[in-house]
Design a protein around this ligand. Structure first.
Ligand code: SAM
Length: 256
């Protein structure tokens, strides 16, 4: 083994470092191969060949933002009672996000967008980029909410324009819906219990101020909860056309 003595106390093992590097590279390669295998199985060769590079390109576009990685609920700060109902953090994918909104007859420039469970704010950045008048993030985990704010500040700085945004560090079920908010986004943030409470708050806000709204639900595992409220479904995209692991696919609902 080849060791270098550093400041008389620490020994650096090149062999250990080399092993670590090799393990990291192997891990990245294995991850990539798993993704390729799943994609080929789920979508077939042609769609995979188109989609896989697209996914990496979209990440490259947002490389200066702290958006990626998984954060398990046990690693999050925030109330245990809320965590019980929460899903882990994973950023929305821009390609699938855009697919949910494309060709919708919706006045983005006059619309206020809310992401319930905004995490690090990936969808806030995408929504601001799509031209929403205002974007709002609601996130119970304090560190994630702080990162979402930092990402939005960075976005405004990069674009060199004023971007209207707010991030609330609060349990989504306790968040009072602003009466001008009209586009509500859910990327499988929590279980049916919290989803139901949030929907009740949305309906309550409609009772106070009637307006046309959109509800966009991606990775829609609890879509039955939304169905109870008799909104009109205007879009369904299957997991096969999105990500095969977005169980339930994606839905868009409106109220008239
Ligand atoms: C799958 S991630 C979605 C991240 C983000 N919406 C996006 O599209 O990139 C789910 C997020 O919901 C948050 N979350 C879960 N339960 C919540 C609750 N009751 N109130 C607010 N945020 C919650 C989690 O902390 C996590 O960041």
């Amino acid at each position: 083994m080849f060791n270098i003595k550093l400041s008389g106390q620490f020994f650096f093992s090149f062999e250990a470092l080399l092993n670590f590097k090799i393990l990291t590279i192997m891990n990245v390669v294995l991850n990539f191969m798993t993704k390729v295998r799943r994609s080929l199985k789920g979508r077939g060769i042609v769609s995979s060949v188109i989609l896989i590079p697209k996914r990496y390109i979209q990440r490259y576009k947002f490389r200066s933002f702290d958006l990626w990685g998984l954060v398990e609920t046990q690693e999050m700060d925030g109330a245990e009672e809320v965590k019980k109902h929460a899903t882990k953090y994973e950023a929305s994918n821009l390609i699938f996000f855009k697919k949910m909104f494309q060709n919708l007859d919706w006045p983005f420039q006059n619309s206020t967008y809310i992401d319930f469970g905004c995490g690090k704010g990936a969808s806030l950045v995408y929504a601001a980029d799509m031209g929403f008048k205002k974007v709002i993030g609601v996130e119970f985990a304090t560190k994630l909410a702080r990162i979402a704010s930092e990402n939005m500040n960075k976005y405004a700085k990069l674009k060199d324009k004023k971007v209207s945004f707010e991030v609330f560090n609060i349990d989504a079920s306790q968040f009072e819906i602003p009466l001008d908010a009209d586009c509500f986004y859910f990327f499988n943030p929590f279980d049916a219990v919290i989803l139901d409470l949030v929907l009740r708050n949305i309906v309550k806000s409609l009772d106070i101020r009637q307006r046309k709204i959109l509800i966009v639900y991606l990775h829609a595992v609890h879509v039955d909860v939304i169905r109870k409220y008799n909104f009109n479904q205007i879009r369904y995209i299957s997991p096969k056309e999105l990500d095969i692991y977005y169980f339930g696919g994606g839905y868009v609902f409106t109220n008239n």
